[in-house]
Ligand binder design. Structure first.
Ligand code: GLN
Length: 283
């Protein structure tokens, strides 16, 4: 079988099983299998595939049909123009989370040695992107999962920022309390899906760690704790920035208000959905 035919067969299989972006997913799977760049792939369409490659393609495409995200097969996801290692222990970084990184960048007014904490770091995509962009940043990344922290540490080494990020295992802000040092920025993409939303997750999202997705009955548990504890850890004038589910903006903004944050803003993502809440800590 030629590469072109394998691509078509795989695309048809994905279309029949309603895999999102089936043709692109089939191409990316084949590129991974053949270790090809896009150009190598496009210029090799008439190449005959070895029987072993065909067998592997069949096996991997079945895994995708059963809901395994492509990124857990390739072990890679691009975020903010950087490639990150991912595995089943971490959430796959989403394009809309890039907005969280951009929002942090707009809140910085050229501090020397800016101190940033990322709570629930997962793959480390947010804090590592920030560390690569702000060379003088001193960063802390917290996650409750030891396995996730191992992925984040690997990514930090991959992007040469490991010496500027302290990784701590623990539950939300707990490992930073009582506050010994204060942060200019606390950023978090916490688990925020409600019990109801967890029940209606697409097959592929169900393969991601529930620990990174489930935010309690109404999805707001982490925001209650973050908004209550962050003021103890932020400098005067520092900011808390969180990603939210699109229907949580009002509730999360109220929590910011109840905990005396000022200049509360709700930012929308590229789809026009509420996605980020920001507040300033004034003491
Ligand atoms: N945005 C993710 C989803 O919709 C959820 C991520 C999270 O809970 N932080 O699947």
């Amino acid at each position: 079988m030629r590469l072109r035919q394998a691509w078509n067969q795989c695309s048809n299989l994905f279309a029949a099983h309603k895999v999102e972006n089936g043709r692109a997913t089939a191409r990316l799977l084949l590129m991974h299998l053949m270790q090809y760049t896009f150009t190598q792939f496009i210029t090799s369409l008439e190449q005959e595939l070895a029987p072993a490659a065909i067998a592997e393609l069949q096996q991997l495409s079945q895994q995708i049909v059963l809901g395994k995200p492509l990124q857990y097969i390739t072990g890679q996801q691009e975020f903010m123009g950087l490639n990150f290692d991912v595995d089943e222990n971490v959430l796959i970084p989403r394009p809309e989370t890039e907005l969280l990184v951009s929002a942090v960048l707009t809140k910085l007014n050229c501090h020397n040695q800016i101190k940033i904490a990322d709570i629930g770091t997962g793959s480390g995509a947010v804090i590592i992107s920030l560390a690569t962009k702000i060379k003088q940043a001193v960063c802390t990344a917290v996650d409750i999962s030891k396995a996730a922290l191992a992925v984040a540490r690997k990514n930090a080494r991959r992007h040469q920022v490991a010496e500027r990020i302290t990784f701590l295992q623990g539950d939300l802000l707990n490992p930073l309390l009582p506050a010994v040092e204060k942060f200019h920025i606390i950023v978090s993409n916490p688990p925020y899906l409600s019990t109801d939303r967890m029940k209606s997750l697409p097959l592929n999202v169900r393969q991601e760690p529930a620990l990174a997705l489930y935010g309690g009955v109404d999805g707001l548990d982490c925001y209650r704790r973050l908004t209550a504890d962050a003021p103890k850890l932020l400098k005067n004038g520092g900011h808390l920035l969180v990603e939210i589910d699109c229907n949580q903006a009002k509730a999360v903004a109220s929590l910011f208000k109840a905990n005396k944050f000022l200049e509360i803003e709700i930012l929308s993502d590229y789809a026009g959905l509420d996605r980020i809440v920001v507040g300033k800590c004034q003491k």
